[in-house]
Design a protein around this ligand. Sequence first.
Ligand code: C2E
Ligand code: CA
Ligand code: CA
Ligand code: CA
Length: 277
Amino acid sequence: KQLGKDSFQLFTPQIGEALRLRLALERDLRAALQADDQLTLAYQPQYDAQRRIRGFEALARWRHPQRGWVSPAEFIPVAESSGLIVELGLATLALLRRDLDSWRASGLSCPLVAVNLSWEQCRKPQHRERFLQQLKTLQLGPADIEFELTESADFEDIDKPDSFVFTLQGLGYGLAIDDFGTGYSSLAYLRRIRCRKLKIDRLFVHGLSANPESRTLVESMVRVAHAMRMLVVAEGVELPDDEATLVAMGCDLMQGFGFCRPVPADGMPELLRPAAA
Ligand code: C2E
Ligand code: CA
Ligand code: CA
Ligand code: CA
């Protein structure tokens, strides 16, 4: 690439193959958005220090007709770079509505669901408009959902008073900064956007009880968040020692395989059923 656009010697067979796969994935994702049986949501519970479920994160799942399950780590970046994330974001809200309705029909109510929002969905006014319209049409209000946004270089956009973040907050929706510590945002942004929650990435969480450096880092993140009246969510909690350490640090919510893996919609009634007295 650095040789300039007239040079093609770096266009090796491997790069050609990667590009071909990416385009095929994009084409198939486009088809999946038209089909009604490939995309679903899985839900991962978030627990408080007493191990009570306080909310869920909705995670997109794609069952490809030939390839089987494709990881979001693979298809979300493709969706983002192709612009399909806009449609996927709208589809996600519709799936959530459908799931909430089916649980409600069984007499179950669901605590707050966190939905991942990509910056690509927030950039263009017409995309923001459609997203807001979808929330309204589906009647997904601030008591039903909140949004998780990964900190990114685009947090600069926060400066603009018409920023989508402020629009959502103005409507009462809560926001969580996702993957905190792995991105670009500075502490100044934290102060400016006043999010409800800070999610500490599992990079810092996994094994923290045995790692003095991680422990110091997470401890400072908890302190900063609390000083700004934000709740702290630790993701990727797998080990009992890490859970105990997080609770001792005052971490508010925990999410991870150590508690529960993401569950498909049909596994949710079991989690939503009120615990027997
Ligand atoms: P994320 O937002 O950081 O979501 C957490 C990811 O960590 C999920 O992976 C979850 O299954 C996984 N995870 C949870 N607990 C543990 C644990 O204890 N150990 C380990 N090793 N992993 C754990 P998943 O579902 O594969 O999603 C990957 C990423 O894809 C998400 O990362 C998120 O950035 C993105 N994503 C998923 N669904 C959506 C969506 O609907 N919209 C958008 N824009 N992005 C999504
Ligand atoms: Ca997330
Ligand atoms: Ca994320
Ligand atoms: Ca993460």
